[in-house]
Design a protein around this ligand. Structure first.
Ligand SMILES: *[C@@H]1O[C@H](CO)[C@@H](O)[C@H](O)[C@H]1NC(C)=O
Ligand SMILES: *[C@@H]1O[C@H](CO)[C@@H](O)[C@H](O)[C@H]1NC(C)=O
Ligand SMILES: *[C@@H]1O[C@H](CO)[C@@H](O)[C@H](O)[C@H]1NC(C)=O
Ligand SMILES: *[C@@H]1O[C@H](CO)[C@@H](O)[C@H](O)[C@H]1NC(C)=O
Ligand SMILES: *[C@@H]1O[C@H](CO)[C@@H](O)[C@H](O)[C@H]1NC(C)=O
Ligand SMILES: *[C@@H]1O[C@H](CO)[C@@H](O)[C@H](O)[C@H]1NC(C)=O
Ligand SMILES: *[C@@H]1O[C@H](CO)[C@@H](O)[C@H](O)[C@H]1NC(C)=O
Ligand SMILES: *[C@@H]1O[C@H](CO)[C@@H](O)[C@H](O)[C@H]1NC(C)=O
Ligand SMILES: *[C@@H]1O[C@H](CO)[C@@H](O)[C@H](O)[C@H]1NC(C)=O
Ligand SMILES: *[C@@H]1O[C@H](CO)[C@@H](O)[C@H](O)[C@H]1NC(C)=O
Ligand SMILES: *[C@@H]1O[C@H](CO)[C@@H](O)[C@H](O)[C@H]1NC(C)=O
Ligand SMILES: *[C@@H]1O[C@H](CO)[C@@H](O)[C@H](O)[C@H]1NC(C)=O
Length: 850
């Protein structure tokens, strides 16, 4: 009996433990609603749905959308909200423990309530989470953090609940109101936070940060080197990981590396910290082939002053299989946080995932947090190399407070008068309400929305020769398909939007005046390019020649490439038309045409030195992004001045991806392929060995640099034999250090001689006979940008005498077309302005490519 009794007892204990655990459950509350909705497999219960175990102290006003809730599923949650004009609380009966609390806020207007007028505190079990919170400003302020939509905001906290009640209190300011769209309360496994971190100031490796007494707010959570990770792809915790792209200070200091094979956690405890997906991608320091100079990879974050932060770095060595290959220093806020750091050693092997927590205090005077990884001069490795896979920044509460005062745009510093400028709100709820509008989206889609019907019924077109529409149809589908292209989401654009719009042939016909020959702005083997106008916006319309198999193939490639990648310096595709055997692509219109047309062979005024430099930088950014933006990188294969287009502000963009190829897989050095490209620009090594690498583009780019400086065709058969080929001819002068002899006479000496000399040096390196001796595009870019930087500094020092930099055309209206692409563009613009304003830091690679 006793022999059998013991296991039975164990079984009972085990079973009751299971029951105990089952009671620790998540609460998903859809505020302002009496029904449940299911999103991504999770059911959100209405806050007044009977039996949801949540009590609301006062029902306030339930705001509901009058609009029918259609497709955009994640947003259905945000069509209702509950509005309170007096202090109110949501009480959850709950088992004690650590919980992740997420508050969801969307912008809306409902009757007399407009979310931009809300002003309130939120307190969870005595911890103040936010103070004088005003949602729309927060949405704008944290725009870059917000995920697929910038019209709602999710604030995430970790709260230790020490009794069986979690009370979330909303406290509106006088004459204002509080609201919330949804509340998530998710239990957290103990392993997620361990009360031990490295103290950045003292250097101690195991300090307590008094976890038990503190609440935590998630400030940033990034999948470094990879795309955003949706909550549904994380564990039970449903965390969202953003791409790090917007926070990286010097994008070109880093390369993306990936390895998805056989990654495992160092210990089971690590599995709570992040999904393996986060560890599969990383950023590593760009190989610095041009100069000896070493630099840091740097990320910059705005944070709230006067708080302690827990900085969690996620690591996994993806490349090396022995120690001492990659040893680096970690700096947090410019202080050394760890030295001699070797991920292989720390993780005890390759493809071993773990994280490391650091504790640092951001003082009153500071509102930025810097993370930098850089070379360790004492380390024995020769390579300046560092690695980071993921990153989280958590704010720790002080005296039961996580709140900080937001500085209001219209109020003074201290915030004393803040909010008082608001008019009194008459709190009358009108029944038959106004829809909750995702204001931002509506505005954006209003701009973008061409009057086009979305083609749903385009079946396969077996009659189009050589054209396989399969790809198109798989991408235009729903977001789930986007998973297939997850690697390309890094640039933040919405997957659903990736293919652009589907145009009907009649729209295209009316846009081009029925393919009026007088509107042709370019021709080629593929077909013709027309200038057109759709809904008042100028576009370039490329129509395939149905006779050309090659043309169709190139179109297909172009669509494939452009749908994967979006970038300020790649010409963007607005949409396509695939009807009646036609294959037509619609692009943004580039008002200033090809770079070549501004160099020679036309009556256009010559470009200034600065414009030339900027055009090269733009093209280099586009190429660098192509080379590094996707997991294998993409090789353009036809870099030349006719494929570099200039918009109305003379911003250069790479165009024509018809010949482009995916870069070599990680374990290969090259792609074997038939030689294609344009004579005069063609990489001799590629020509000899038919092995294509990114370095072939670098070669062609070197030729472009020379063409820009000398302003003559790359092949000119009318010239004496030794001058026919620009690359050979110019290189001879360059090697004699006398490139100025053949510089474009139209420049009339208006260029700094050292700038010309440096361009010559860069071009010479690009034109190295063997690919391995050529710099990477990122390095080329870096050097061009520092040239521009010194040009601008010089101009600034010489006061108004901007002989080299004048006539840069600033253009506000050019934004309108960028908007079509994605909201992100404007942020980029800002960053670039900051750079021009001289924020460039000499210690790091500053090419702000993105
Ligand atoms: C839920 O709310 C709607 C609108 O306020 C109302 O018409 C409906 O009767 C309610 N349903 C229940 C079950 O209370
Ligand atoms: C509410 O709590 C009770 C008791 O813990 C539980 O049986 C019930 O399933 C809960 N209801 C919901 C909707 O979670
Ligand atoms: C919710 O909890 C708070 C704090 O314990 C309490 O003051 C309030 O009365 C509770 N409200 C309801 C409706 O249970
Ligand atoms: C939010 O993003 C989803 C895709 O993730 C999209 O379908 C929806 O329209 C967007 N809604 C808003 C309000 O931006
Ligand atoms: C709050 O709103 C309710 C209606 O939901 C209204 O009756 C009440 O007067 C309002 N209170 C204040 C202080 O405005
Ligand atoms: C809030 O938005 C409404 C409508 O867009 C506008 O009329 C009002 O002035 C805004 N209020 C504030 C404080 O920004
Ligand atoms: C729970 O924690 C709060 C503050 O952290 C403290 O004031 C309170 O006494 C604790 N309650 C219990 C039952 O331990
Ligand atoms: C850190 O210190 C605590 C006690 O202060 C100890 O229990 C723990 O094992 C230490 N952890 C490490 C990794 O040394
Ligand atoms: C991956 O792991 C599996 C099982 O652990 C092993 O059989 C395989 O050889 C590993 N592959 C690599 C490339 O290490
Ligand atoms: C990826 O990891 C596997 C071992 O799991 C290794 O065999 C392979 O070489 C790695 N790939 C790269 C590019 O480092
Ligand atoms: C990296 O950053 C740290 C901290 O800002 C700085 O001290 C160091 O000089 C930088 N290293 C390089 C090589 O720029
Ligand atoms: C920290 O380093 C960054 C980049 O190197 C620099 O811009 C910043 O001013 C430094 N901050 C301090 C406090 O030195």
């Amino acid at each position: 009996m006793e022999l059998y009794g013991l296991p039975l007892l164990l079984l009972i204990i085990f079973a009751s433990a299971q029951v105990g655990e089952a009671q620790v459950k998540s609460f998903l509350i859809n505020c302002g609603s009496n029904s449940s909705i299911t999103i991504d497999g999770r059911t959100w219960a209405g806050d007044v749905l009977p039996g949801n175990n949540v009590t609301i102290s006062n029902h306030g006003v339930a705001a509901a959308s009058a609009a029918s809730v259609e497709e955009p599923k994640p947003v259905a949650l945000y069509t209702t909200a509950r509005i309170f004009n007096t202090t109110s609380s949501y009480n959850f009966s709950i088992a004690p423990g650590l919980y992740c609390v997420r508050l969801h806020f969307a912008s809306f207007s409902f009757g007399n309530f407009n979310s931009n007028e809300s002003l309130f505190d939120v307190v969870a079990n005595n911890v103040k989470l936010v103070s004088r919170f005003n949602v729309p400003e927060e949405v704008v302020w944290k725009k870059e953090v917000s995920d697929w939509n910038s019209s709602y905001l999710v604030k995430e906290y970790f709260v230790d609940v020490n009794r069986s009640l979690l009370s979330i209190q909303l406290v509106p300011e006088d004459a204002s109101f509080a609201y919330v769209n949804a509340i998530e309360v998710v239990p957290v496994m103990d392993e997620l936070f361990v009360d031990s971190a490295r103290n950045v100031d003292s250097g101690e490796v195991n300090v307590s940060f008094h976890l038990a007494d503190r609440a935590i707010e998630t400030m940033y959570r990034l999948n470094v080197g990879g795309p955003a990770v949706k909550p549904s792809r994380d564990s039970d915790l449903w965390r969202k990981w953003d791409s790090d792209e917007n926070y990286m200070f010097s994008v070109n200091a880093a390369n993306v590396i990936t390895n998805s094979s056989n990654i495992s956690y160092v210990s089971a405890k690590d599995s709570a910290a992040a999904p393996l997906l986060v560890y599969e991608t990383a950023k590593a320091t760009t190989n610095n082939q041009v100069v000896e100079r070493r630099f840091n990879m740097s990320w910059r974050f705005s944070v709230d002053r006067n708080f302690d932060y827990l900085i969690r770095l996620h690591f996994c060595e993806l490349t090396y299989d022995k120690p001492n290959q990659r040893v680096f220093k970690i700096y947090i806020n410019n202080k050394t946080a760890a030295e001699n750091y070797d991920v292989f050693v720390q993780g005890k092997g390759r493809n071993k995932a773990y994280h490391e927590d650091f504790l640092d205090t951001v003082p009153q005077q500071v509102d930025t947090l810097w993370l930098q990884l850089g070379p360790d001069s004492v380390a024995s490795t020769s390579d300046a190399d560092a690695l980071l896979n993921g990153l989280e920044i958590f704010k720790l509460s002080r005296n039961g407070n996580l709140a900080h005062f937001l500085r209001r745009v219209d109020a003074g510093e201290g915030g004393a008068g803040a909010g008082k400028t608001k008019g009194r709100i008459v709190l009358v709820a009108i029944a038959g309400a106004v829809a909750i509008v995702a204001i931002i989206l509506v505005i954006i889609s209003g701009i973008v929305c061409f009057n086009i019907r979305k083609s749903r019924a385009t079946g396969p077109k077996e009659d189009a020769p050589g054209w396989r529409p399969l790809f198109l149809h798989s991408i235009t589908g729903t977001t789930t398909n986007a998973r297939a292209s997850k690697a390309y989401q890094a640039n933040g654009s919405m997957a659903t939007n990736r293919m652009g719009r589907v145009f009907t042939l009649s729209v295209i016909r009316s846009a081009t005046n029925n393919f009026d020959e007088s509107l042709i702005i370019g021709t080629g083997g593929f077909g013709k390019v027309f200038k057109g106008e759709i809904e008042g916006i100028l576009v370039a319309i490329k129509r395939a020649n149905p006779q050309s198999q090659q043309g169709l193939k190139e179109f297909e490639t172009e669509i494939e490439i452009l749908s994967k990648l979006r970038h300020r310096h790649l010409v963007s595709m607005i949409g396509y038309c695939e009807e009646q055997n036609e294959m037509i692509l619609v692009y943004e219109y580039m008002a200033n045409g090809t770079l070549r047309s501004h160099l020679f062979g036309s009556d256009l005024p010559p470009l200034t030195w600065r414009q030339r430099l900027e055009a090269c930088i733009g093209a280099a950014k586009g190429l660098h992004y192509l080379h590094t933006g996707a997991d294998r990188g993409i090789i353009h294969r036809d870099v030349k001045t006719t494929n570099i287009l200039l918009d109305e502000a003379f911003i250069a963009k790479m165009a024509d991806f018809g010949l482009s190829k995916d870069g070599p897989a990680l374990d290969q050095t090259h792609v074997s392929t038939a030689v294609k490209g344009s004579f005069g620009y063609l990489d001799p090594e590629y020509f000899r060995r038919q092995q294509l690498t990114q370095k072939s583009d670098v070669y062609s780019f070197g030729v472009v640099l020379l063409e820009v400086v000398c302003a003559r065709p790359v092949i000119d058969p009318t010239l004496p034999r030794d001058q026919v080929n620009l690359a050979e001819w110019a290189l001879r002068w360059q090697r004699q250090q006398s490139l100025e002899t053949i510089v474009d006479p139209k420049l009339e000496g208006a260029y700094p001689p050292e700038s010309l000399k440096k361009i010559g040096d860069i071009a010479e390196k690009c034109l190295a006979d063997e690919g391995k001796d050529r710099p990477a595009m990122g390095d080329v870019l870096w050097h061009l940008e520092s040239l521009l930087q010194s040009l601008l500094q010089e101009a600034a020092q010489n006061g108004g005498a901007e002989s080299f930099t004048s006539s840069k055309i600033e253009c506000a209206s050019c934004v309108s077309l960028h908007r079509i692409k994605e909201g992100e563009e404007e942020e980029e613009e800002e960053e670039e302005d900051a750079l021009v304003a001289g924020e460039m830091d000499a210690s790091s690679a500053n090419a702000n490519g993105h």
